[in-house]
Design a protein around this ligand. Structure first.
Ligand code: TXA
Ligand code: MG
Length: 318
């Protein structure tokens, strides 16, 4: 069954906000493209985004905020980041900054990175929705992985209509091209990670030189064989763990282990496993084991993205 987009009047926004609070997926219009939104603080809801898009990898997602105040709760804003937000928000500029210490946004939305991408969209429906939810909304473009970004609600329904809970129809997007993404995470340079509507010269008029991100491979997640690897060595497809290893288990049939252990999903639910992946890896890593033994994860559905990330975590370090 495919969804019919609905007009975003007050009642629809209210429904959509409740749906998001319950962990649902709501496509909403922004000035750039339609976003596939979920409560960014809900691990499982964020996992559903990846599942719905059919992404074979966990690319980090943009958290959409109601303004600088919400943004500053989630990320560390130095003078430079504030200057850029002042100049371009609301609007098609995404700022990558360090996550704040108590950042409530799912680590899955950050794909395990120490940084977070934030944007205040310039669209009355997007703003109305975030204000009503009072939480950041994680939202990639609302198209199946590898497809073209949608600029109308009909595009969204065509591509993802059977995988979402609601589509808010705000008409065609004005800009039609994704936001410009810059990193200011070191507090000094502005690095262009993705060109977009806001041009390099517009940025430079506000903040001086903009550095190209080529060579900053760590900031283009997914490009590196090994990125965000835990400190401990990772061993995949383990049937059991040795006493000085930590065990990252999956499913009901686990071998007893005396060292630190976590189970991604005792029920063997891949969505739950995706939701728990980064948090559990970190928790185990913090115990400083000799290594982390990871049980096999089925390659089906979102399992492919989980395995992609685990393979990177286990890749030889350079
Ligand atoms: O206009 C847009 O930006 C749209 C609307 C819905 O806001 N969203 C969008 O999201 O295009 P998506 O997921 O298709 O692209 C997000 C981009 C990716 O290039 C991703 O790598 C980058 O932002 N990104 C997100 N978090 C990042 C981080 N912590 N560090 C570096 N890059 C990040
Ligand atoms: Mg996209």
């Amino acid at each position: 069954m495919t969804l019919t987009p609905i007009l975003p009047d007050q009642d629809a926004i209210e429904l959509a906000a409740n749906c998001l609070h319950d962990g649902g997926l709501v496509a909403f219009p922004t000035e750039t493209v339609y976003g596939l939104g979920a409560d960014a603080t809900n691990d499982r809801a964020v996992a559903r985004i990846f599942e719905a898009k059919g992404r074979p990898q966990f690319n980090p997602l943009i958290s959409h905020v109601s303004g600088l105040e919400m943004a500053m709760e989630l990320g560390q804003f130095g003078a430079l980041a504030k200057e850029l937000a002042d100049a371009f928000w609301p609007g098609p500029l995404t700022l990558v900054v360090k996550r704040s210490h108590a950042c409530p946004v799912s680590l899955l939305a950050s794909a395990g990175l120490e940084t977070i991408a934030l944007r205040m969209p310039n669209h009355v429906v997007a703003q109305g929705l975030i204000n009503r939810v009072q939480r950041p909304l994680a939202a990639p473009s609302a198209n199946p992985s590898g497809g073209v970004s949608p600029t109308t609600a009909a595009h969204v329904a065509e591509g993802l209509g059977d995988r979402l809970d609601m589509i808010l129809d705000g008409g065609p997007c004005e800009v039609g091209l994704e936001s410009t993404v810059v990193s200011v995470s070191d507090g000094e340079d502005v690095r262009l990670l993705r060109p977009g509507t806001i041009t390099r010269s517009e940025l430079e008029a506000v903040c001086g030189a903009v550095v190209s991100a080529d060579g900053h491979a760590i900031e283009a997640p997914g490009m590196l064989a090994s990125h965000y690897a835990p400190n401990s060595a990772v061993r995949l497809n383990a049937k059991s763990a040795s006493p000085n290893e930590a065990l990252l288990a999956f499913g009901p049939d686990i071998v007893p282990h005396t060292g630190p252990s976590e189970n991604l999903s005792p029920a063997g639910d891949l969505l739950e496993a995706a939701a728990n992946l980064f948090t559990m890896l970190r928790r185990l890593d913090a115990r400083q084991p000799k290594g982390i033994a990871v049980m096999p994860i089925p390659q089906a559905g979102i399992g492919e993205a989980i395995n992609d990330r685990l393979t990177r975590a286990a890749a030889p370090r350079s």
